[in-house]
Design a protein around this ligand. Structure first.
Ligand code: ATP
Ligand code: MG
Ligand code: MG
Ligand code: MG
Length: 438
């Protein structure tokens, strides 16, 4: 992409309304603009990152055997009356009435909708297990939308729902998602720690929040130092069996980890010298809730013995738009964002230091074409801006590497290749630069 043809409205000033670094950087880097409180426009650069995260989440869901569907954002209130949540949900739910005065709502989550789909089409244990997911916008009328996309009112979530005949099956589905989440966050370059979450009246121990550490996180977190030694990709074979999945969850839940919601200092089993305290951001949440929805909504299946039983369900969420901010919270420096390669909006940048110089521009155009042939998606700064501004912009948007070509370097037969994360710069021949990039 030639910068001269792109839409990248960078901000020079630090926006006063942004309290945390990811929000500031997303505004300054031209990724998002607020439309109204907690509701954002995604500009081209931000949308690219959002879509990259979405795709990684999608690949890991598919890999774990979940099937993608797409449910509407606007739902009829009827199903929510059936489950009893229409009244229980409170003011976070945006309630709408249509022209016929029918109660509608902008979905904050989709348990009711998916349970309805299930009960209409699945009648037998032979069709189980089933796991359906979607990546869709949600609306929650948060009392205090803040931190940019991290606590928006409209936000993009991956939500999925598992259906099993019995508790053992439900545990297997839970473990499969647990393992998939470890893989997902690791691919996003994040260190996520599963922490025991409150199960409320459902009870049991099958609810975990996946938390990444950041000083600006909204929850205080307490966890065993032993998490440092765990590898999220260990034993993550293709098509793992139930025992392997169980072992993965065991390994990650045998160590203590809890947010302030459930942490009890008096009952904490971790000795002080092993206990790490900090702050964290909830990026995912998995929850087995048994028959909470299937019972009131009559989602039953026939078991092998001919008996009809309410189906066992779980739900699993990942905050995709929140993750854009969370990745930045975890990876930035004074100059700007430092994208992990897996979610970077472009593979790298190419800077023409002297757009008015015919030879230099010829070389840059040629390199840009070559990088395209190599299959790389490159942001090519072909504008007439001064060099300092170009470097600052590249650092701000945080592409993994940038290749700078100028007339003086060309005289000496060198270009400059910079690694954004380490800041290391190498003056090398164009050939070796291309070899390193490819
Ligand atoms: P929080 O505790 O941050 O309010 P939650 O527990 O209400 O989140 P869940 O119902 O568990 O959220 O939804 C699944 C995921 O959706 C969360 O783990 C989070 O990543 C994301 N999410 C929830 N609320 C928001 C929001 N207002 N803005 C952006 N992402 C959100
Ligand atoms: Mg919430
Ligand atoms: Mg929460
Ligand atoms: Mg939650």
């Amino acid at each position: 992409m030639r910068l001269s043809r792109y839409f990248l409205p960078l901000l020079k000033e630090t926006p006063a309304e942004a309290e945390i670094v990811s929000h500031r950087l997303m505004l300054r880097a031209g990724m998002v603009r607020q439309s109204s409180a907690g509701i954002y426009v995604w500009l081209p650069l931000g949308l690219k990152v959002l879509q990259k995260i979405e795709q990684i989440v999608r690949e890991e869901q598919n890999r774990a055997g979940a099937l993608e569907v797409l449910m509407p954002t606007v739902q009829s209130a009827e199903l929510w009356h059936e489950s009893g949540r229409y009244d229980a949900y409170g003011p976070e739910m945006l309630r709408i009435s249509d022209r016929h005065d029918r109660e509608m709502l902008y979905g904050p989550t989709n348990e009711e909708q998916i349970t309805d789909i299930f009960r209409r089409h699945v009648k037998s244990y032979k069709d189980l297990p089933l796991n359906l997911y979607q990546i869709q916008w949600k609306f929650r009328d948060e009392i205090r939308p803040r931190f940019g996309v991290m606590r928006g009112r409209e936000f993009l979530m991956k939500d999925n729902y598992s259906f099993d005949l019995d508790h053992d099956g439900a545990v297997r589905s839970y473990n499969a998602m647990f393992a998939a989440y470890l893989r997902t966050f690791s691919r996003l370059g994040l260190r996520a720690i599963p922490m025991k979450a409150d199960t409320g009246p459902i009870g049991g121990d099958l609810s975990h929040e996946f938390i990444i550490l950041a000083p600006t996180g909204e929850s205080a977190v307490f966890f065993d130092r032993g998490f440092d030694d765990l590898d999220p990709l260990a034993d993550q074979s293709d098509d793992p069996d139930a025992a392997t999945l169980h072992a993965i969850r065991e390994r990650w839940t045998s160590l203590y980890a809890a947010t302030d919601e459930v942490h009890d200092a008096a009952a904490c089993p971790v000795p002080a010298e092993r206990l790490v305290t900090g702050r964290g951001i909830e990026v995912g949440h998995i929850f087995n809730f048994g028959t909470k929805y299937s019972e009131p909504m009559g989602a039953t299946v026939q078991g092998p013995d001919g008996q009809m039983v309410p189906v066992q369900m779980g739900s699993y969420g990942i905050g995709i738009s929140r993750l854009v901010g969370a990745v930045i919270e975890a990876s930035h420096d004074d100059a700007g964002i430092v994208w992990p390669a897996s979610v970077a909006p472009f593979d790298g940048g190419l800077i023409n230091l002297r757009a008015g110089d015919e030879r230099c521009t010829g070389v840059c155009d040629d390199v840009y074409a070559k990088l395209g042939v190599l299959g790389l998606d490159v942001l090519y700064d072909d504008t007439a801006e001064r060099p300092g501004a170009k470097f600052a912009a590249m650092d701000l948007i945080g592409l993994p590497w940038s290749l700078t070509i100028g007339p003086r370097g060309l005289d000496q037969g060198v270009v400059e290749l910079k690694d954004r994360a380490s800041g290391e710069k190498a003056e090398i021949s164009l050939e070796s630069a291309l070899a390193r990039i490819a």
